[in-house]
Design a protein around this ligand. Structure first.
Ligand code: SF4
Ligand code: SF4
Length: 173
C-alpha cells in the first residue's frame, strides 16, 4: 500500500489543459468578495478595479510552465471552478483521452485563428476575444471580404465549441 494519493483523471485533465487560466476561455476573472481581492493581491496577482468591479487579467500572472504556481493558495474562484469537460470526466461520462483531444483541438483552433490575424500566442498573450474585437474595429469596412469572412466563421465556430465543451456562459465577442 502506498501513501501517495492516486491522481484522478480530472486532475490529469486540468494539469494538461489550463485553458481557464491562459486566456482562451476567459479574458479576466471577477472577484466578488473584497477580502478575497486583498488575498489575491497578497498572492502578487495584480487586481484591477473598474466601476467597483474587482478582477484580475488572463492569461493569469500566476500561470507557470507547470500550471498554477500558487495552486494550494489559489483564489477561491479558481478552487471552485469546474468546466463542463472536467465535470464529465469526473462523472465518468467522458474518457480522459477524448477530453484531452477536445483540449488539443481548442488550442489548435486558437493558434490557427491567431495566425489569420498575424498574431502569435507565444509573442502576444492578449486574449483572442480582445484581438477579435480589435480586428472588427480595424476592419469594419472590410468585414465582407473573403479573408474577413473566413476569420469570422472560424472565430464563431471556436467560441461555439468552447461554450459547448467548457463554459456555456462564457463571454461572447
Ligand atoms: S478548462 Fe476545465 S479542464 Fe481545463 S483546466 Fe480549467 S477546469 Fe480543468
Ligand atoms: S491563480 Fe492559478 S488557478 Fe487561478 S487563474 Fe491563475 S493560474 Fe489559474
Amino acid at each position: 500500500m502506498t501513501d501517495i494519493a492516486p491522481v484522478d483523471d480530472g486532475s490529469k485533465l486540468c494539469v494538461a489543459c489550463g485553458i481557464c487560466c491562459d486566456g482562451i476561455l476567459f479574458s479576466s476573472v471577477t472577484i466578488t468578495d473584497p477580502s478575497e481581492a486583498e488575498r489575491v493581491r497578497a498572492l502578487r496577482i495584480p487586481v484591477h478595479v473598474v466601476d467597483e468591479r474587482h478582477f484580475f487579467d488572463q492569461p493569469c500572472s500566476a500561470l507557470g510552465d507547470n500550471g498554477c504556481s500558487i495552486y494550494t493558495e489559489r483564489p477561491l474562484l479558481c478552487h471552485a471552478y469546474r468546466c463542463l469537460l472536467l465535470k464529465q470526466v469526473d462523472a465518468g461520462t467522458m474518457p480522459l483521452a477524448n477530453a484531452l483531444r477536445i483540449v488539443e483541438a481548442a488550442r489548435r483552433r486558437e493558434v490557427e485563428i491567431r495566425a489569420l490575424m498575424n498574431q502569435d500566442v507565444a509573442t502576444d498573450g492578449t486574449p483572442l476575444v480582445q484581438l477579435y474585437r480589435q480586428f472588427q474595429l480595424d476592419n469594419h469596412d472590410r468585414l465582407d471580404a473573403p479573408e474577413s469572412r473566413e476569420l469570422i466563421k472560424r472565430f464563431e465556430h471556436h467560441q461555439a465549441e468552447l461554450a459547448e465543451h467548457f463554459e456555456p456562459s462564457m463571454i461572447k465577442a
